[in-house]
Design a protein around this ligand. Structure first.
Ligand SMILES: [Zn+2]
Ligand SMILES: [Zn+2]
Length: 100
């Protein structure tokens, strides 16, 4: 199934996941677009769950957003791919409109 990243069900589901920053157990209720939408980041494999605090830190990082993720030892593109893959397998199993 083709996922649209602005699909409300997909966004709701991403928001239900834990923040992607290791050790942070806060729900990732502020999904972050790894590539800015204005820079062609329309692909659904572009959204990661992140909490409000880490989302703010990410955007405020003086060295740039990518350095924020490097500092936390994570690759946002891999996480975005995993998130999309998991959503696809759930929606394939349960049908469109994931129950979560
Ligand atoms: Zn963001
Ligand atoms: Zn967090």
């Amino acid at each position: 199934m083709r996922i649209e990243q602005d699909d409300p069900a997909f966004r709701r589901w991403v928001s239900s996941l834990d923040c992607c920053i290791p050790g942070c157990k806060t729900p990732g209720i502020h999904p972050h677009h790894v590539k800015l939408k204005s820079q062609g980041g329309k692909d659904p494999m572009n959204v990661i769950p992140i909490c409000w605090k880490h989302h703010t830190e990410c955007h405020d990082n003086k060295q740039g957003m990518i350095m924020f993720f490097i500092d936390h030892n994570i690759d946002p593109f891999i996480i975005a791919g995993d998130v999309t893959g998991l959503y696809e397998s759930i929606t394939d199993a349960f049908g469109y409109g994931c129950p979560l």
